[in-house]
Design a protein around this ligand. Structure first.
Ligand SMILES: [Zn+2]
Length: 238
């Protein structure tokens, strides 16, 4: 079992949405989709005060509450350049735009933007706005502990580079299939990343997201020392 830093709390709000409290008490929301997220427990639909948000890409199930929560909390929002530009067009100004390969400081953490293999259109009324590319993040806490949120992605061989360069301690990986990798590909992602603690996400929210943590366990059965942590929405790693 990975030992988590004292004071860290990583809460799954269902689907791909996570709230991270850092050891120094900063609060970071990854992929703000709470109000209409059917997997989000009622008591977390208002995630409370936030210092920052990270957005992996512009699909509604990752960005839907960004504008409202940005206004109500004043949290800084970090995202790929084009998505930030769109958020700016909605009147938000506490934005940090960056791009893949870059590292910025967000809520006292070092945040690295990684590649993801997925699309990134933002639905805006009856239009689809170009949101840049889909991305993932490695969030490095003050003490060096690293959490990789893969966003929505297929498996890709450059996950080995993420493993080599950034050495995540925990990986949050989509396993639902249909719009992202399913369990068999996610098992390969685990091998490429070399990570030993994995939290499955992006499954079960809709009927089409059929992959399960049990299937991931079967496909990754050969990985020594692997721990697959099945969180319930509302529960936390700490
Ligand atoms: Zn998604």
């Amino acid at each position: 079992m990975e030992t988590f830093p004292n004071g860290m709390e990583l809460t799954w709000l269902g689907h791909s949405t996570f709230r991270l409290t850092t050891p120094s008490g900063k609060r970071l929301l990854i992929d703000p989709w709470v109000m209409n997220n059917p997997a989000c427990p009622d008591e977390l639909k208002d995630p409370g005060p936030l210092d920052a948000m990270l957005i992996t890409h512009g699909h509604f199930d990752h960005i839907d509450d960004a504008v409202e929560l940005g206004r109500s909390t004043g949290a800084q929002i970090a995202a790929i350049a084009e998505t930030c530009r769109w958020l700016g067009s909605k009147g938000l100004d506490n934005l940090l735009d960056f791009n893949k390969g870059g590292t910025v400081e967000v809520a006292g953490c070092k945040v690295h933007m990684t590649h993801a293999v997925h699309s990134c259109g933002i639905i805006d009324g009856d239009r689809i706005v170009y949101g840049g590319e889909a991305a993932g993040y490695v969030v490095e806490l003050e003490d060096g502990f690293k959490i990789y949120h893969a966003g929505d992605t297929a498996v890709f061989s450059d996950m080995a580079l993420i493993g080599k360069l950034l050495k995540p301690d925990v990986a949050l990986l989509p396993i639902g299939d249909h719009y992202t990798m399913g369990p068999r590909s996610a098992a390969e992602a685990i091998r490429l990343l070399g990570v030993k603690t994995v939290v499955p996400m992006h499954f079960g929210t809709f009927p089409s997201l059929t992959g399960t943590p049990g299937q991931l366990r079967e496909h990754a059965g050969d990985v020594d020392g692997l721990e697959i942590v099945e969180l319930e929405p509302g529960s936390s790693l700490s």
